[in-house]
Ligand binder design. Sequence first.
Ligand code: PLP
Length: 456
Amino acid sequence: MSEHTIPYKIYLNEDEMPTAWYNLRADMKNKPAPLLNPGTHQPMKAEELSGVFCQELVRQELDDTTAFFEIPAEIREFYKMYRPSPLVRAYRLEEKLGTPAKIYYKFEGNNTSGSHKLNSAIAQAYYAKQQGLKGVTTETGAGQWGTALSMACSYFDLDCKVYMVKVSYEQKPFRREVMRTYGASVTPSPSMETAVGRKILAEHPGTTGSLGCAISEAVEVATSTPGYRYVLGSVLNQVLLHQSVIGLETKTALDKYGIKPDIIIGCAGGGSNLGGLIAPFMGQKLRGEADYRIIAVEPASCPSFTRGKYAYDFCDTGMVCPLAKMYTLGSGFIPAPNHAGGLRYHGMSSTLSQLYDDGLMEAVSVPQTAVFEAAEYFARVEGILPAPESSHAIRVAMDEALKCKETGEEKTIVFGLTGTGYFDMVAYEKFHDGKMSDYIPTDEELQASFDKLPKV
Ligand SMILES: *Cc1c(COP(=O)(O)O)cnc(C)c1O
């Protein structure tokens, strides 16, 4: 097929949007390991989880066999406000790099929250409302998840309490105001409002916080406030399920033009966008119908896949959450405060961890200055101001395209462009002023954190 027959942007019609989410676990021979009760080390039962999470979300979390979950009509209607998202052919980037590779990106930044997180936020808010809850609590790091959830909660008229990692709260006051515009309350974490926050502050005075701390606070408030549950924007199976909408749309768009990708690339924090993007492709791979190279990209400063241990660990710093088996740096790991590039969670989705352990996908880590170089290059060539998180995927997509330039191979590369970077200008400023450094944890630092992994 000649290049010109493929449009710059492949849009789907509304009637081509998915009507069901795809549950990748249904096709996995080795299922992800179950969540364990932190006290008894027995698999968490639905009854135990439903004190923390909404009922229907618990059902989705524990279901490893149902391949498709119908997307409720109200969620499909909401999706139509900002989906389908475009699959863009990066003609200009290809030309500028001088590569024979064909590069596509699925752009999830076309909504006010600025990222893919709205895909799961609206689903989680919907099920909370269905259950008759008053509100939900959550944590947010860079702020995208909190913003997405605030939007979703205001749509369904639910109360939303957000615990925001302190360093982001201070660096991103505008993000906070967007959340408040949608009616959420935003508290910097660790805070003095919760027992676990007070404990963390006593042990680490002056800490800039971490996602793990903020999760502990949000869970404490959810479980001690009647009519509230906790919701999480990444890592969990249910979140990957909702995010499969990204991959399903991508596959439909590619199929429309008979395009088969060779390499699929996504950034990985907790693994939700990557898990969603690759879902239908990995499904084909698991069923032996097709093969793809799948690459997770993570920051060198928070390298869960590439330097972590595959072990049961706490999902939060306060050790109140269930244990999950995952590639982890240890729940006490706090990335260096100079780390600006997002993706700072210590662990990785247990579904992706199992797939990685089974050799079905690869992972690479990249230092943050190389990520911002790619971000700036991409912004100038393709026009979109990318989020630092997304720029990890851009970096590796560009690196793979440059390898094709050397070998002359015309590979087709698809990557996930998860969001925009308008609220990340402090990080861009550091980069432009030459004040950004590449902190990479030492083996000793990681070992000290591994030593504190729970013995299971
Ligand atoms: C949250 C976020 C990520 C990382 O989260 P995953 O769960 O790993 O997808 C990546 N990009 C953007 C823009 C985000 O907001």
